[in-house]
Design a protein around this ligand. Sequence first.
Ligand SMILES: O=C(O)C(=O)Cc1ccc(O)cc1
Length: 423
Amino acid sequence: MAARVCRLHHVSLHVSNAVRVAGALASRFQFVAVGARVTARSRQLALRKGSAVFVVNERRDTGVTWTEAEENGQGYLYDVRPCYAVDSACNVCFEVEDVTESCARLSDRGCDVLVPPTEVCDPDGGGSVTYSVIRSVVGNVCHTLLDRSRYQDQGGFLPGFQRVGDGTDSEPDSRCPVTHFDHVTFACPRRSTGEVMKWYQENFGFQRFFIGSNEDVDEGYVLNQDGIGLRLTAMEYWKCSEIGLSIPFKDSQTPDCKFVIAESLPEKGQNQVDTFLKQHRGPGIQHIGLSTQNIVSTAETMAQAGVEFFTPPPAYYTEVGKQQEILEAGHHPKELKQHGILLDTDLRNHEDSSTMPNGRYLLQVFTKPIFSEDTFFLELIERRGGHRVRRGEHPGPVEVCSVLYGERVLRTETGLRGQNQAD
Ligand SMILES: O=C(O)C(=O)Cc1ccc(O)cc1
């Protein structure tokens, strides 16, 4: 039986300079520092924006040798020391109802338990949390499982972290309304998607999420043209009710952060997934989508603060079909162009591509890599028009290619559909 994931709690980055990376998240991406834990061995800094939380971890080189216990978990609270050669986003922490039971189930299923269930008490009497750490099937990725139902959060992070600031990151930030993590994308080697899907389905109960209406069950969503060769396969899970973790109110459950598996297709030349695998020295988390309620003002604010975004070729915004789509969606091509924002409508579900079918579309813009290697980056994403959707209804990550893979790619939805059918 799978362990039931309730929601994503935070994502951990392991870096050589935590102050620099946390500083960039704060000053450029407008995250707010909420907690810190500094010991002789490690520095751990937690930053939040909406419900999106990053923990930036650094092994401190203070000449102190780590004991085996520290290497295996105690050195980093809520995590393990990943022993990785380059900076990496490598732990997605999930809240679960019962860490001990989840861990036992996963262990029975043959998963590697890196940290057994461990309780951390709040010295200030706020209760306690329990966590354990499991190794994922993807590269250096781990999952911390966390039960914080016995912890009275006073606006800080988790027990063991000092509160930073006054915890008032909840103030609405109208210029930069990032609300949560939208998706986590893994870069994986060719033909490994099946194994990764299976692992998450069997161990965490994830379900397949179809990106496009014409997506093949086995092949995934294939982008195979003009030098782009990408296979995307997405998975989702259902978030527990906000009212109480253990209440299985189906109607009140909503999909939480999605997971996308990206692999490159053979003979298409080096693309971003290949670059990631090489520079990261193996599979892992390639990017994370931050959901915003206003991508234009978020991108503008972040750009002014120093975030660098990829920009598509200028012709993207003047191509007749795309220009019309942008206008129909109520945006200005000039404004989207200014920030490198892409528009992806849901047209491929409809025969008549001259109209916006159901008003559902997404806007996205990608940052340049945030570590010194060409590896991990962030994405801003704004979903418009209706709820997050089920099979075949999701506006897929299509336009991404023109930004990420070169100047030539300006194709129509029809072209994409034809291409997919040809596959
Ligand atoms: O569009 C998205 O957000 C995706 O997750 C798809 C994707 C996958 C791999 C890339 O190198 C770029 C984009």
